[in-house]
Design a protein around this ligand. Structure first.
Ligand code: 2AM
Ligand code: CA
Ligand code: CA
Ligand code: CA
Length: 281
């Protein structure tokens, strides 16, 4: 059982405490962020709360693990090139924390539920801890490599849906208009007629947590970043599901175009995305 606030100094305990504490603070700032800026496009938002939350998490983690590396969304320049460069610069890191302080900033800004803190720890490039905390719904998801995944201490398990026709799937409207959005629209069009229904919560990390918890059976999106999905992929895997790139190759930290499923619908999903010309690869 994973307790809520943990006194141990294990990386998992430190990640849980950082996510819970920062999430609570983010919730107190809901509806009263001070700065609202755009990054590369008018759809790409950032607030003082995103930046403050990242600094808080960084401090809470590095106090315990001063020799670990830290990659956070708000600590680097926006855009896929800068993300890839940052990730490559940590290639040789023994321990690397990968953090999205608010995944779902648009929802946060609108006062709409559907945002979370996402914290992952990678050891030599493999994710070993994943923590996702949704402060509005007070849902805490925790995964440890080889030890399972939990929501508030209860094991999570992917759904048993055997085909797309009986599956509710997550999709995303990635705001990057030149490359990602047209591909996602193609994939969404193909999936809309083949699935039971589609949902776009607006947070990649929550989509993965929901696949892990069996609330949805799969997730497809092109144009993601390591901090959106690192924690969530471990949740899905440790809940019995499967995560690959859109071609079906195994997940690694550099994957930006992803499929995450209960395992049972993975091949069917991959074929539909492939046939739709929506892999981005
Ligand atoms: P964010 O809220 O941390 O920015 C919504 O479809 C998902 O897309 C969220 O996980 C959101 O993360 C992410 N997102 C927002 N802007 C993006 C961008 N310019 N490129 C890639 N992903 C983005
Ligand atoms: Ca962002
Ligand atoms: Ca994000
Ligand atoms: Ca973010």
């Amino acid at each position: 059982q994973v307790p809520y606030t943990v006194s141990s100094k294990s990386p998992t305990a430190v990640a849980i405490n950082a996510a819970a504490k920062t999430g609570e603070w983010i919730k107190t700032r809901l509806g009263n962020h001070k700065e609202l800026n755009t990054k590369l496009s008018p759809q790409d938002l950032v607030t003082d709360v995103d930046k403050g939350a990242e600094l808080m998490i960084r401090k809470l983690i590095l106090t315990h693990f001063p020799d670990h590396e830290f990659l956070g969304e708000e600590g680097i320049q926006p855009g896929p090139e800068a993300s890839a460069e940052a990730l490559a610069s940590y290639e040789d890191a023994e321990y690397l924390w990968i953090v999205d302080p608010i995944d779902g900033t648009t929802n946060f800004v609108q006062g709409f539920p559907g945002f979370c803190v996402s914290i992952a720890l990678a050891h030599h490039g493999k994710v070993i801890v994943g923590v996702i905390y949704d402060p509005v719904r007070d849902e805490l998801f925790v995964a440890e490599k080889g030890k399972g995944a939990y929501m508030h201490g209860n094991p999570t398990r992917v759904s048993g849906d055997k085909d797309l026709a009986s599956s509710v799937m997550a999709i995303g409207f990635n705001p990057e208009r030149d490359f990602a959005l047209p591909l996602n629209m193609k994939g969404i069009e193909a999936l809309a007629t083949r699935t039971r229904s589609l949902r776009a919560v607006g947070s990649a990390a929550l989509h993965l947590a929901y696949v892990a918890a069996g609330r949805m059976s799969g997730y497809y999106e092109v144009g993601l970043n390591s901090w959106d999905i690192a924690a969530g992929t471990l949740l899905v895997q440790e809940s019995g599901g499967k995560v690959t790139d859109t071609k079906g190759n195994p997940y690694h930290l550099g994957v930006r175009h992803m499929l995450a499923t209960n395992g049972l619908i993975h091949q069917e999903l991959q074929q539909v995305i492939e046939q739709a010309g929506a892999t981005g690869l």
